[in-house]
Design a protein around this ligand. Structure first.
Ligand SMILES: [Zn+2]
Length: 1015
């Protein structure tokens, strides 16, 4: 029961079904609690406030009454009398009696001569087969097993049909998507079956009290034990096959994806079978030694607990827990990438361990009447036959050699770090070098790279040259050079006119002292050679950037970087305390004007670039800039890209066997590089790119490049905007948008990433609080405007509802104290993306799209390609304020960007009364409240007096069928704190009425904004 409960809750978790179903289906009320406290902040949770929602109440009433009914039933049915024989058993007994009563002549005729048994190889093989089949049947026929299987199959199917990827958008059921779903749904069941039936099988004879008879037969201990192992294996394999059938069935039914039997075999069935056999072997071993079945189960339960929670309790190295294997993430572009070898070497090691366990079980197998373990141990030498010894020798050799090979690869050739070790490393890094974050450093103004990619070798060789310019107004004495990626190796670094003062290899940090200091405006050059290559295999941190099928890297992973910054250091206050780091955050505060003079992220300022990439001839390489040369020779393709326009010094290098779609319009090449199997959303992306370019060009000023490229990248889900290049994860290409009511995240993401060509690639904001407002919030706003043009209001509402949920639930789990948009931290994505989208959308609804765009255009014009001091969020807000014509709009800007503002808007029982002239008198009673919250989430009431939309509708504005024609009246009304009635006269009778019907204001309960009209 408990298992079914946990399983059902786990399977519903994170799935797209309505929250209410999950709340109602949960007898323990955990989901009700989670739903009720979903939008509570830390301050409110500490205060113990938990509103009892209607849903919670219904759920509790439902289950309490169910519990009472069950109790009553039990009371009525319970009897102290001994239970009679069940009807099924009565029928069985009757059949047996009938059989015995039948004339026995035939049987007696056969008894006339005794059988002449053979004990040859063929007989034992037949016996073996028969016994294995019998053991398997014993499990398969048990009702518990069948129920488990049926439940798992049904829930897996449900999970597969609602499979969703990034932002909960449905995704095509490719094997790389569905295998993890099937695997996680079935894995728990498989482990339980292996652990549970391991005990059942080992103890069955003893429980039926036929052990003495079986043990007296002339069978070796192997012949007693191996059929059990094999029987269990057959059952596990059958269970795996049921999971595979669910996956293949969904692929077959989808019509859009061919059933990938080969992938299922290699990625699911084969590894799953080995993993489960390992558990089964352990179960048989434990039970063979255990004094009772229950003790054995206890041990297995302990094992499952360690197996599940061990990694989070510090047992992270997979060799510490029997049967554990490094994870193998799947990608439809690159398959198992570089991850499979490590997993299979670990499986080989565990297989050798399992063989040793089974041999031990064989040697210690309980036979005959009860024997304590000690006497069985004493008998081990007598069971040691030549074959057994050979088996032990073979398994032990395999165990030692594979174990040594794993340790050599994962701890000698490569390093293994636990999460705690990595945090300690970052803390030490900060203690040693953060003091240099404010040191004046030159900017990188020219980058010249020669990148040789060897995808099948998992290797990249880079030669490069930087031109460094002192753009500060102080002389520079020393230059700090860092390797920010642990997999990067510095082969050589030439820096004329400088000598190494410090070379800290452990942290990849070098300090060069200049022979002659760099005066403001001075220029120097630095050249280097680096290598990136994975040797052998790793237990963690496996190379995902270079696989035989695709390369997806940027210069952070390939080149040395100039200057120190806070990028990547520990931000979480609790962790900072733990490692003895100063309490104050590293991220510069909004009023820290000195921070506006620093090049963002240390050296990600403006540069020109000249990059030559060579890769294998069957792949296409893509780098920002104009392609100026291209040749293929000796199996290698070499391409040179030059970018004369300033680009941010973070350059992507990508290469794969892409299909290419190109369009040309108004002097710009639109190119999409995609996996040939992922054609689905390519046209949609092209449309979104061209619409975005048209809107942004008109609204914010010209686009700076002659080409814009979308490059599909393996493993990634979302997107990342590089100069002229949008790296878009395969998860976006695999989105299933065939349902027209589905929110079009492909268009939204494309438009968002393209908007960064203005917000981040024309205007570079200072790296400090509020920086994300200039990047992410503006990209969200721009994309919303494009989405509205291409898809209409319905998609906007779906998207904003999603972002409202993201913001409000993000407040519950946030690690850092909440900040207003003007001072948002980079990691506070629920604010910059979620609240930011809502704030900008509301602003343009209130002030007008043109006014907002005018402000943005002036902001771009002022800061296009400027260097230090870089703009802050307040600079943008000043441009917005310049467009706000009323004190009310100024107040709105303050509330949206400089405060944490929440509303509680509600329509209470709207009515419509028919007038004598046939028209309708409509009254909408509105209650409204406004709050300001502090950083910890406690709220104080604030006076409300502003324009909020009030609308009358012929249909529910939240309904799927709701359209423009259903709007009877919609307009801005003055709404004050407290209750007020708003009157309308209409020709049509409205069915629904409400305040802020489209959820533009941040309101934790938007369900009560709209109510049905009575009268
Ligand atoms: Zn973005």
């Amino acid at each position: 029961m408990l298992f079914l409960y946990l399983l059902s809750q786990r399977l519903m978790e994170g799935q797209a079904q309505p929250l209410s179903l999950r709340v109602l289906a949960d007898p323990l009320g955990m989901s009700a609690y989670m739903a009720g406290s979903r939008y509570l902040t830390a301050a409110e949770l500490n205060a113990g406030a938990l509103p009892i929602t209607g849903l919670t109440l219904v759920s509790r009433l439902l289950w309490v009454s169910t519990a009472l009914a069950l109790l009553a039933l039990t009371y009525r049915r319970f009897s102290f009398a001994e239970r009679g024989v069940s009807q099924r058993r009565q029928r069985k007994l009757a059949r047996q009696a009938a059989l015995q009563a039948a004339p026995a002549t035939l049987a007696q005729a056969h008894d006339a001569r005794l059988p002449a048994p053979h004990f040859g190889r063929r007989t034992s093989l037949a016996q073996f087969r028969a016994r294995a089949a019998m053991e398997a049947r014993a499990i398969v026929k048990s009702p518990l097993f069948l129920i488990l299987l049926a439940v798992a199959f049904a829930l897996t199917l449900a999970n597969l049909f609602t499979a969703s990827g990034w932002m909960d958008v449905p995704i095509y059921p490719l094997a790389a998507v569905t295998v993890p779903i099937v695997d996680s749904s079935f894995r728990t069941i498989l482990v339980i079956v292996a652990a549970y039936y391991g005990g059942e099988l080992v103890w069955r004879e003893r429980e039926c009290k036929i052990n003495l008879i079986v043990d007296a037969t002339p069978l070796g201990a192997w012949a007693l034990m191996m059929p059990k192992v094999l029987g269990l294996s057959i059952v596990l394999l059958a269970t795996l096959l049921v999971g595979m059938a669910a996956g293949l069935l969904v692929q077959l039914l989808s019509g859009s994806v061919a059933p990938a039997i080969g992938d299922y075999l290699l990625w699911y069935l084969l590894p799953g079978a080995v993993d489960m056999l390992l558990v089964a072997a352990l179960a048989v071993f434990v039970q063979a030694l255990s004094p009772s079945k229950y003790a054995g189960w206890g041990v297995m339960f302990l094992y499952i607990v360690v197996w599940t929670f061990g990694p989070s309790l510090g047992l992270e190295f997979p060799l510490y827990i029997y049967g554990s294997v490094p994870a193998v993430p799947l990608s439809d572009m690159v398959g198992t990438g570089n991850f499979a070898p490590a997993a299979w070497w670990f499986r080989l090691f565990w297989t050798a361990s399992a063989l040793l366990l089974l041999t031990a079980a064989h040697l210690l197998w309980p036979r005959g009447s009860e024997q304590p373990l000690r006497s069985r141990l004493r008998r081990v030498p007598t069971r040691m036959t030549g074959g057994t010894i050979a088996g032990i020798a073979l398994s032990a050799t395999l165990f030692v050699s594979s174990g040594a090979w794993i340790v050599y690869n994962t701890r000698v050739l490569n390093a293994f770090h636990t999460a705690a070790q990595e945090q300690r490393y970052l803390a030490d890094y900060e203690k040693r070098y953060f003091r240099y974050a404010r040191l004046p450093q030159p900017a990188v103004t020219q980058v010249q790279l020669d990148v040789a990619l060897y995808p099948s070798d998992r290797r990249a060789e880079v030669r490069g040259r930087y031109v460094l310019a002192n753009q500060t107004n102080t002389p520079i004495h020393e230059i700090h050079v860092r390797l920010m990626n642990p997999d990067l190796m510095l082969v050589r670094l030439d820096f004329p006119g400088a000598r190494i003062e410090r070379d800290d290899e452990a942290f990849g940090y070098r300090i060069y002292r200049l022979d002659r200091q760099m005066q403001p405006g001075d220029v120097r050059t630095l050249s280097f050679q680096t290598r990136r290559q994975q040797a052998g295999f790793r237990a963690s941190g496996t190379e995902a950037g270079i696989t035989p099928d695709a390369v997806d890297l940027d210069t952070l992973a390939l080149t040395p970087r100039i200057g120190m910054s806070d990028v990547g250091l520990i931000e979480d206050p609790a962790l900072r305390r733990k490692y003895g780091l100063p309490e104050q955050p590293l991220f510069p505060r909004l009023n820290d004007l000195a921070a506006t003079k620093l090049v963002p992220s240390g050296d990600a300022g403006w540069t020109t670039a000249d990059v030559t990439v060579s890769t294998s001839a069957n792949q296409i390489a893509v780098v920002p800039g104009q392609q100026v040369s291209h040749r293929i020779a000796a199996g290698r393709r070499t391409v040179r890209f030059v970018s004369g326009m300033p680009i941010k010094n973070l350059i992507p290098i990508q290469s794969a066997g892409y299909a290419v779609k190109t369009e040309r319009s108004a002097g710009v090449d639109y190119v999409i590089y995609y996996d040939p199997a992922h054609r689905w959303n390519v046209d949609r992306m092209m449309t979104a790119m061209r619409a975005s370019m048209a809107y942004y060009g008109a609204a914010f000023g010209p686009y700076q490049f002659h080409q814009v490229r979308i490059v599909e990248t393996p493993y990634r889900q979302g997107g990342h905007a590089y100069p002229a290049t949008l790296a878009v994860g395969e998860g976006i290409f695999e989105m299933d948008l065939s349902d027209p009511n589905q929110l079009d995240m492909v268009t939204m993401l494309t438009a968002h990433e393209l908007a960064h060509q203005w917000w981040g690639h024309q205007v570079l904001g200072a790296r400090m609080q509020g920086g994300s407002l200039l990047y992410e919030t503006l990209a969200q706003y721009s994309a919303l405007m494009v989405l509205r043009k291409l898809r209409g209001e319905a998609d906007i509402r779906r998207y904003l509802r999603f972002q409202l949920d993201r913001y409000l639930s993000g407040r519950r789990t946030q690690v850092l104290a909440e900040e207003p948009l003007a001072s948002v931290a980079i990691s506070q994505q629920h604010i910059a993306y979620g609240k930011g989208a809502l704030a900008m959308y509301l602003l343009q609804e209130r002030m007008g799209e043109d006014a907002v765009n005018r402000a943005l255009r002036r902001f771009v014009d002022r800061y296009r390609f400027t260097v230090a001091p870089y703009p802050r969020s307040l600079d943008l807000i000043a441009y917005l304020r310049a467009e706000a014509n009323s004190p009310e709009d100024q107040g709105l800007i303050t509330d949206l960007f400089e405060r944490i503002t929440l509303y509680d808007l509600k329509a209470v029982g709207p009515t419509a009364v028919r007038r004598a002239d046939g028209k309708w008198d409509v009254t909408v009673p509105v209650t409204a409240k406004k709050f300001y919250a502090n950083a910890r989430g406690s709220e104080t009431a604030a006076p409300l007096d502003e324009r909020i939309q009030v609308g009358l509708f012929a249909a529910d504005p939240r309904g799927a069928q709701f359209g423009k024609s259903d709007v009877i009246r919609l307009g801005w009304q003055n709404v004050r704190s407290g209750t007020q009635a708003i009157h309308f006269v209409t020709d049509r009778k409205p069915a629904y009425a409400g305040v802020d019907p489209y959820d533009l204001f941040i309101d934790r309960n938007t369900a009560d904004n709209v109510a049905p009209v009575s009268g």
